[in-house]
Ligand binder design. Structure first.
Ligand code: ADP
Ligand code: MG
Length: 479
């Protein structure tokens, strides 16, 4: 008998071995009748197996089934099968004898409505069982490794566009179902600007390049949101044809964390520079301004020029003062303050600005807001910045809603406008120094605001929809 000795689960597909198990060769043919006492009496026992066990017809004829043991300890469990067969049913069952497995069929022979005898046939299926079990183990392993894993997995033929296989996680990453995804091609999942990379990569493969590659691209989810993904891909063969096998991971969060670190490093460098530069500029600026004002008072002509010079000097001064906030973060004195009067003050200051833009400021303050430890002037500066931005986002007028409320232990102050919105690819730039889309903007307001709120242990979060509006949410711990 051939026994399967190779235990490796990867070799289960030796399909040529299955016919050799002799599955269709009857190893044991036997007949049984039932006597008047209800006992099962053997009348025939032939084949390879009974020879091996010494249980041929000549040894067994006339013996009761219960008298012989097929080297099988629980003969009792077999009897119900025979009972059923004698009731006229065809019965199939499996038995194990030591390490071997047999498949038995009992067929009743019916004459005049009664079962005259039962013809049985047994076949050894040990090998098939082993193969089945290995197949099951391989399937389990595959399920663990590929189906239930945390990374996206795909297989695609080199010569055809499209996927042959995608695992559930890959579908989840892109927001499609597995069925939808296999009908698509790799370039459908990539932003248009980066499809060229995919195409070139495919070309290399077609020309026989077998090297594995790792690259990052910006993916496009079903809901059109951008995600950053990292792919590790290797060429192999699948069902005899050259295919690429790849794993893919969503690294959006990881990249965002890296970005935050970069940004905060940049902020501290800018802050240090600001400390030096601002002071150096401020002093000469004061004398420049003084002398311009002096000349303006004495001169009888060129008043327009003086006005412009003064306006420009004021602008420089304003930029410097924004910078100076970064320069002295250490000397902040935090005191417990009521937020409501602070906000009321800011709204009042912004109101003249709002009128120019035909903007209404609507306020919703929750009752009994607790005090929060803060540097009052700095917080005012943040709120004024955000309010001004909201107003400036609506050149044709509209409404800005200012909300202050508690979220558990955190105070939320939100500014919602109905303005132009901020495109997704620009969200990452907010807070970078000098990033502005305004003709007269400084691009410092948000940088300063982020800095101030982070020294207060809080966060600023932006939700925006192009054409619909933007909400800036400031969250600060109450203690
Ligand atoms: P500035 O206001 O001087 O441009 P900020 O740092 O305050 O500088 O803002 C930077 C940029 O962020 C703005 O130029 C604008 O493009 C964008 N922005 C900020 N707030 C909003 C908002 N509420 N709606 C739309 N865009 C905004
Ligand atoms: Mg601004």
């Amino acid at each position: 008998m051939h026994t399967h000795t190779d235990n490796s689960v990867w070799t289960v597909s030796h399909t040529d071995e299955i016919p050799r198990t002799g599955e269709n060769v009857h190893n044991h043919i036997f007949k049984i009748v039932r006597d008047q006492h209800g006992d099962f009496i053997i009348t025939l026992s032939e084949g390879k197996l009974p020879k091996e066990f010494g249980l041929t017809t000549e040894h067994l004829t006339g013996k009761k089934l219960t008298d012989i043991s097929f080297a099988c300890k629980d003969d009792e469990a077999l009897l119900p099968h025979y009972e059923m067969a004698f009731k006229g049913q065809v019965v199939h069952f499996e038995t194990r004898i030591q390490t071997r497995t047999f498949f038995t069929t009992l067929s009743p022979v019916i004459e005049d409505g009664t079962v005259r005898e039962v013809v049985g046939s047994s076949t050894e299926i040990t090998e098939r069982k082993q193969v089945e079990q290995q197949l099951q183990e391989a399937e389990e392993l595959y399920r663990c490794l590929v189906e239930d894993t945390l990374v996206g997995v795909y297989i695609a033929y080199v010569e055809h566009p499209g996927f042959v296989y995608v695992n559930p996680r890959l579908a989840e990453i892109f927001g499609y179902s597995q069925d939808e995804l296999v009908k698509m091609t790799a370039s459908d999942l990539v932003v248009p600007e980066e499809r060229e990379i995919i195409r070139r990569n495919q070309e290399w493969r077609e020309n026989g390049d077998r090297s594995s590659i790792r690259y990052q691209f910006r993916g496009l989810r079903k809901n059109q949101r951008l995600i950053e993904v990292e792919v590790l891909q290797k060429t192999s063969t699948y069902k005899g044809k050259p295919a690429v096998i790849g794993i893919l991971q969503d690294v959006t969060e990881r990249n965002r964390a890296d970005e935050m670190i970069r940004k905060s490093e940049m902020l501290s460098i800018v802050g240090q520079m600001a400390a030096g530069v601002a002071h150096e500029i401020r002093n000469p600026l004061t004398s420049l301004k003084g002398f311009v004002q002096l000349l303006q008072a004495q001169a009888s002509s060129h008043q327009d020029y003086f006005r412009i010079m003064l306006a420009e000097l004021n602008r420089i001064e304003f930029i410097i003062s924004e910078f100076l906030v970064l320069a002295k973060p250490q000397v902040i004195i935090h005191r417990e303050r009521e937020i409501r009067p602070l906000l009321e003050h800011v709204v009042m200051v912004a109101d003249t600005h709002a009128i120019m833009y035909n903007v209404q400021i609507v306020t919703h303050y929750e009752k009994n807001l607790p005090r929060i430890p803060c540097e009052e002037n700095q917080l005012k500066q943040v709120f004024l910045n955000l309010l001004k931005n909201a107003i400036e986002a609506m050149p044709r007028g509209g409404e800005v809603v200012v909300t202050a409320k508690m979220e558990g232990e955190v105070m939320l102050v939100a500014f919602t406008d109905q303005g132009c919105g901020i495109p997704e690819e620009r969200l990452g730039k907010l807070g970078e120094p000098f990033f502005t889309t305004k003709e007269n903007g400084t691009g410092l307001g948000l940088m300063v605001s982020y800095k101030i709120i982070s020294t207060h242990g809080g966060t600023i979060n932006v939700n925006s929809k192009v054409g619909e509006g933007t909400t800036f949410e400031v969250r600060m711990p109450v203690r």
